[in-house]
Design a protein around this ligand. Structure first.
Ligand code: SAM
Length: 247
């Protein structure tokens, strides 16, 4: 199965690091508050963070009283940053692709993932692996790009626009065509996978999970207006989708 490691590309990594470090970034402003509100009690729990990146979430979970947090990621550069900047006695980082998760001989109470599952070719298989790795009654909480966002195929403009270029609405002409997308984002040939909403739900349920909660990201209107240059385009369109799934 294909394993893309775009975060070890120098240009992509530097760009991502700068975006992630900026005061107003999608991760901190939109993603983190929603996923945090969906998490179960973390005190005393064993947690696996899949695609942990630079370790901000692992650190947050460690500070919330987790017994132990294991962050796994495919990228050396992301893990290096995590190991230098987000360290605690109860955190370990390991270089591992999520395609190889079944090699981990450990069980967890909580499995999380923030914005990493866009890169998964076989989402159904990953859900089954996660289900096997959870203790009884364990919970998996994750976020990923919303299917409305991953539908974009890079061929036409993402939006239909006014004559002066303002976004009117997103183009979803190929929403029903699932599979890999090669688009330009920082670099050429950036690769993500598009799945319809129903596919996500059905593959989670087929893996044996009960879906307890689903959220779609939405910005407070005041915030959107104040920073319309950064967040203006997402008024009608959720950037991210979130699920809390119980074994
Ligand atoms: C958008 S970043 C998110 C990082 C972090 N979870 C956060 O919220 O800041 C996506 C992460 O997924 C990782 N990733 C991509 N493909 C992967 C794979 N096949 N196995 C493990 N991690 C992967 C990338 O290296 C990157 O660190």
């Amino acid at each position: 199965m294909a394993k893309q490691n775009i975060y070890d590309n120098d240009i992509f990594y530097e760009n991502f690091k700068n975006i992630r470090a900026s005061e107003l970034n999608y991760n901190d402003v939109i993603e983190t508050p929603i996923i945090t509100a969906m998490l179960p009690e973390l005190k005393g729990k064993n947690i696996l963070d899949i695609g942990c990146g630079m370790g901000q979430h692992a650190m947050q979970y460690a500070k919330s009283g987790a017994l132990y947090v294991l962050g796994i990621d495919i990228s050396e550069k992301m893990l290096k940053y995590a190991r230098e900047n987000n360290i605690a006695d109860n955190i370990a980082y390991r270089k591992m692709a999520f395609e190889d998760l079944n090699q981990l001989d450990e069980k967890f109470d909580v499995i999380t993932s923030s914005l990493a599952f866009d890169y998964v070719e076989d989402f159904g298989m990953l859900m089954k692996t996660i289900h096997n790795m959870l203790n009884e009654n364990g919970v998996c909480v994750f976020s990923m790009s919303h299917p409305i966002s991953t539908a974009y195929d890079g061929i036409y403009d993402r939006y239909t626009r006014t004559e002066t270029g303002e976004q009117l609405y997103a183009n979803l002409h190929n929403y029903g065509k699932e599979g890999v997308r090669h688009i330009h984002w920082v670099v050429d040939n950036y690769e993500v996978y598009h799945r319809m909403f129903s596919t996500l739900v059905n593959e989670i349920v087929s893996a044996g999970f009960i879906i307890e909660e689903c959220q779609e990201s939405k910005l407070p209107e005041e915030f959107r207006q104040e920073h319309s240059d950064l967040f203006g385009g997402i008024i009608h369109q959720p950037a991210f989708i979130f699920f809390r799934c119980r074994k």
